[in-house]
Design a protein around this ligand. Structure first.
Ligand code: NAD
Length: 481
């Protein structure tokens, strides 16, 4: 298991609250382990340690090639412990071990990608308008970074933040979701083994409203990076104004998946399912909002129904399982509430809409794949993020109508569409107001490409070269000879 303690200034500590928290297995609500629960004091100690490591202990001055070496070493250790990490992630989140293994492979790749970028930017010489002068533009690490991650992809989301910040020369205070802290703790242990200096990486456990809020408010934190819900993101943004710290937000999504009449039908059905039922729909880029053109609407709905009926729900540790439980009792209630809302709004329930009957699953937070048709744009089930195994289907007639509806949302994380018409690919990809647009695919992401949202889905980008730049300040150095 993990040490279950805070990691502050290179030491494993219990903190001063005396509080503990049980970490639950969503499969059957059993206790996996108990970890310490910190508060504002622990956050303050961790921020002070990160401040010292940045201001006095020389981490930003460490050659980029040495920072890269440590990150490569961490990636190797993650690969060494891949199976243990994957099982821990599945215990903590309920997702299938196969999905967790993919996550761990991605995570090792993310540390390697940013390790590789760490020593590549030597700055830029620009043309000064004045004779006998030189002008250089360099990037420098932004400073102490507070990083707050969610429960749905605990270590993956943490790695999107940790790897670029460390590569850029920042020091970090990481706060994993209190619901799913285990793999982040384990990777903190691996970072210690890899040899990162004390204070460079600090991990603090505890509730968002105390530990997270302290990180967002602290004048000693230079950048706060947050992944989670919109409401929390707005709270953090307000809290960050005190010292005008930089704010990076990866928030929710309600992602349209548009199927035109001329799509490759079977592939579009496959991906409509893949787009939603990963991790029981608890994914910010879930294509939960399926829009189908008139000509194929009935056939498409029937194909979806037949395929969804066969999805095997069960333990993430059972190889036959395709979909595990939801994360918590609280989240299960939220999904159930949305199902009631959809029914009252007049959406047509075709499948699911309840918990499984299987008595073996009765103690866990399971919910059946659920399909609603005849959905309208203004329904809450269409507009709001359910974060569960629920697809709503809307019918449309023209391309113009599809684009207008798809864009009619406060979200702007990702969208996909299916067509064989090259001109339409061009038109629709330009017209959709989302941070990622997939053509004839869905839910594809990789570390080389930037990820982030338009509108209320967020601020800034993670991954790609821009993901590293977000952790830097730009300095212009002008010299008059
Ligand atoms: P959440 O907002 O409830 O919590 C996220 C984190 O914020 C947790 O660590 C929590 O402890 C902390 N937190 C809570 N209140 C806080 C406060 N006042 N100050 C500081 N920190 C606080 O979100 P969640 O339920 O854990 O995650 C689900 C949400 O995350 C969904 O909306 C999902 O779409 C979003 N998400 C987005 C992306 C993306 O890439 N855009 C990726 C994954 C998840």
């Amino acid at each position: 298991m993990t040490k279950g303690q805070h990691y502050i200034d290179g030491q494993w500590v219990n903190g001063s609250t005396g509080k503990k928290r049980e970490v639950l297995n969503p499969f059957d609500a059993s206790v996996i382990t108990t970890v310490v629960e910190g508060g504002r004091e622990e956050a303050k100690s961790a921020i002070a340690a990160a401040r010292r490591a940045f201001d006095h202990d020389g981490w930003p001055q460490t050659p980029a090639s040495e920072r890269a070496r440590l990150l490569f070493r961490l990636a190797d250790l993650i690969e060494r412990d891949r199976e243990e990490l994957a099982e821990l992630e599945s215990l903590d989140t309920g997702k299938t071990v196969e999905e967790s293994r993919w996550d761990m492979d991605d995570i090792a790749g993310i540390f390697r990608y940013f390790a590789g970028l760490a020593d590549k930017d030597g700055g830029e010489v620009i043309a000064s308008p004045n004779p006998n002068t030189t002008s250089n533009v360099v990037r420098e690490p932004v400073g102490v970074c507070g990083q707050i991650s969610p429960w749905n992809y605990p270590l993956l989301q943490a790695s999107w933040k940790m790897a670029p910040a460390l590569a850029a020369g920042c020091t970090i205070v990481m706060k994993p979701s209190e619901i799913t802290p285990l793999t982040t703790l384990k990777v903190t242990e691996l970072a210690d083994e890899a040899g990162f200096p004390a204070g460079v990486i600090n991990t603090v456990l505890g509730p968002g409203v105390e530990v997270g809020a302290e990180m967002a408010e602290s004048h000693d934190v230079d950048l706060i990076s947050f992944t989670g819900g919109i409401a929390t993101g707005k709270t953090i943004m307000r809290a960050a104004t005190g010292n005008v710290k930089k704010v990076a937000l990866e928030l929710g999504g309600k992602n349209p998946n548009i199927i035109f009449d001329d799509a490759d039908f079977d592939l579009a059905v496959d991906y409509a399912l893949n787009g939603v039922f990963f991790h029981a729909g608890q994914i910010c880029s879930a294509g939960a909002r399926v829009m189908v053109q008139d000509g194929i609407y009935d056939k498409f709905v029937e194909a979806l129904r037949q395929r969804m009926e066969k999805i095997v729900v069960g333990s993430g540790f059972d190889e036959a399982t395709q979909m595990g439980p939801l994360i918590s009792a609280e989240h299960l209630s939220k999904v159930e509430e949305y199902i009631d809302i959809a029914r009252k709004e007049g959406a047509n329930l075709i499948l699911g809409g309840k918990r499984p009957d299987d008595p073996k699953l009765a103690d866990g937070y399971f919910y059946l794949p659920t399909l609603f048709t005849d959905c309208e744009n203004d329904m809450r089930i269409v507009q709001e993020e359910v974060f569960g195994p629920v697809i709503t289907v809307e019918r449309f007639t023209t391309e113009e109508e599809a684009v207008k509806r798809a864009n009619d949302t406060i979200y702007g994380l990702s969208a996909g569409f299916w067509t064989s018409d090259a001109d339409r690919m061009e038109r629709v990809s330009k017209a959709l107001r989302f941070g990622t647009v997939w053509i004839n695919d869905f839910n594809v992401y990789f570390v080389q490409a930037p990820w982030g949202g338009y509108k209320q889905s967020g601020l800034g980008r993670e991954l790609g070269k821009i993901g590293l730049e977000e952790y830097t300040e730009v300095k212009h150095i002008y010299r008059n000879h």
